[in-house]
Design a protein around this ligand. Structure first.
Ligand code: GLN
Length: 475
């Protein structure tokens, strides 16, 4: 059997008993990455560094001093800084930027002897749902090369689905971990806002962004979450709460659990081919003794609009720092400072990023602030209240991840509004700051993966991991 198809659960024993060396495993992935270049999943591959690290980890294993994730070959979305390497955010503006330090999540995983294999492609500054807005070109879906992998963590999801790494890290502002995981047929977990430190994550929309794992199994997601979570004094929004042992939620039953189905998520717009396998999984839960409860999230229809106002407003402010003076690309041949700003930003940013900066600047401008930004914040509160009400009666919610399976490359590129609608089932979860997990649950008639989403109460990743693991093992 090909070892690159293993999740860490399967690989761990073989590595720790030294049946396989970390160097062997790393080399196998590097070969796979080379062979799968047409996927365009990576922006940087850490060929020499990964092998060097693998050698060191092998020595630590021999000396019985290895960390708990020894030999886990990990790909990292290129929006997280890894010291000494490039962090581009898939933008021309940062195409030559070298990270001066490690993000907190990278530091934590380094301490457990994870092996970093490279940085994955993404939508520019994490803005997109198809991975087609990257300066480095689109990523292809390993399940069907004519289709998008989803976005914005499309490179990470494609790398996991294509067996180019054991697992990957992504970031999720409005669905960017869960939606590509669903399109590529892998597991994607977005933790509660504040669960994982964002220090070292290049900000898109700071009040919505979270880092999370994309993996081949729920157990790997649980394990990675256990190690990346926790308070960090360098991120004032990280929660000072104890971290659960998420592995303890695996291999549990679902008897007596109350699972809510929001009616607005099973309405017009949902492809029946997506709905079918989800309904089958609901039956599985019911047969196993879970109680299925019908709930309502009445403000769902306003979520996309509120999200795109809040996310773009925050992005317009966060991206103001890329002005040619401090980071990345600086326009040449300009006559003064003002022209340098204008030309650097004009040359450095792609179309979607510019569209969002303009939209965000507009909704924050004094004449329109109340009509758009303030209104969107009020809607956000209503969306959050909807979830609070629904979740007071159930243990978690079950929904689709996206209305369709992976669409074709170029299909939605010229129609941003239709593209934005692919996030209809994920953005509310970010507006409310809740944890959500996407797991594969079947296929459509073309053999494309369908995802199922579980949404939990704040800081209760445990319950959604428990249900997700149960469903995964019911196959
Ligand atoms: N597709 C959404 C957007 O473009 C979500 C992106 C994300 O989660 N980073 O904003």
């Amino acid at each position: 059997m090909d070892l690159t198809t293993f999740d860490y659960q399967k690989l761990e024993d073989k590595i720790k008993t030294r049946e396989l060396s970390c160097v062997d495993v790393t080399r196998a992935y590097l070969d796979k990455i080379e062979a799968a270049r047409s996927l365009n999943a990576f922006i940087s591959v850490y060929k020499n560094d990964a092998l060097k690290r693998a050698e060191q980890v092998d020595k630590k294993i021999a000396a019985n001093k290895a960390g708990q994730l020894a030999g886990l070959v990990l790909a990292v979305k290129d929006v997280l800084v890894v010291k000494g390497g490039r962090t581009t955010c898939a933008s021309k503006v940062l195409s030559s930027f070298i990270s001066p330090y490690d993000a907190t999540v990278i530091e934590k995983l380094k301490a457990q002897d994870v092996i970093f294999i490279g940085k994955t492609n993404m939508d520019e500054f994490a803005m997109g749902s198809s991975n087609e807005s990257s300066y480095f070109g689109p990523v292809k879906n390993p399940r069907d090369m004519d289709r998008v992998p989803g976005g914005s963590s499309g490179g990470s999801a494609a790398a996991v689905a294509g067996d180019l790494c054991v697992a990957a890290l992504g970031s999720d502002t409005g669905g960017s971990i869960r939606q590509p995981a669903s399109f590529c047929g892998v597991v994607g977990l977005k933790p509660t806002y504040g669960r994982v430190s964002r220090f070292g994550l290049v900000a898109y929309a700071s009040s919505l962004d979270q880092i999370g794992p994309i993996t081949k199994s729920v157990s790997d997601a649980a394990r990675l979450l256990t190690f990346i979570s926790g308070h960090d004094h360098r991120d004032s929004t990280s929660a000072n709460l104890p971290v659960d042992d998420y592995m303890s939620y695996l291999d549990q039953d679902v008897k007596g659990l109350r699972i809510g189905l929001p009616k607005e998520y099973f309405a017009a717009g949902l492809d029946p081919q997506v709905e079918k396998p989800i309904r089958e999984h609901i039956d599985v839960l019911q047969a196993a003794g879970a109680e299925i409860i019908h709930v309502s999230l009445p403000h769902t229809e306003y979520a996309i609009a509120a999200y795109y106002i809040i996310a773009t407003a925050e992005a317009s402010s966060n991206l103001a720092r890329f002005d040619g003076a401090r980071y990345g690309v600086r326009a040449q041949g300009v006559k003064d400072l003002e022209e340098m700003y204008i030309h650097s930003r004009t040359q450095g940013f792609g179309r979607e990023v510019k569209r969002r900066i303009m939209l965000g600047t507009y909704v924050l401008s004094s004449g329109y602030y109340d009509a758009y930004y303030r209104k969107a914040q009020k809607v956000r509160t209503l969306v959050k209240d909807d979830f609070e009400r629904a979740l007071s009666d159930v243990d978690c919610l079950l929904t689709p991840v996206a209305p369709t399976t992976a669409f074709r490359l170029n299909e939605k590129l010229d129609d941003p509004l239709t593209m934005y609608l692919s996030d209809v089932y994920t953005v509310s979860v970010n507006l409310a700051g809740l944890p959500g997990i996407s797991i594969p649950c079947g296929m459509d008639v073309s053999g494309l993966p369908v995802g199922l989403q579980l949404v939990g109460k704040p800081f209760d990743e445990g319950t959604i991991i428990r249900v997700a693991d149960f469903l995964e093992k019911s196959h």
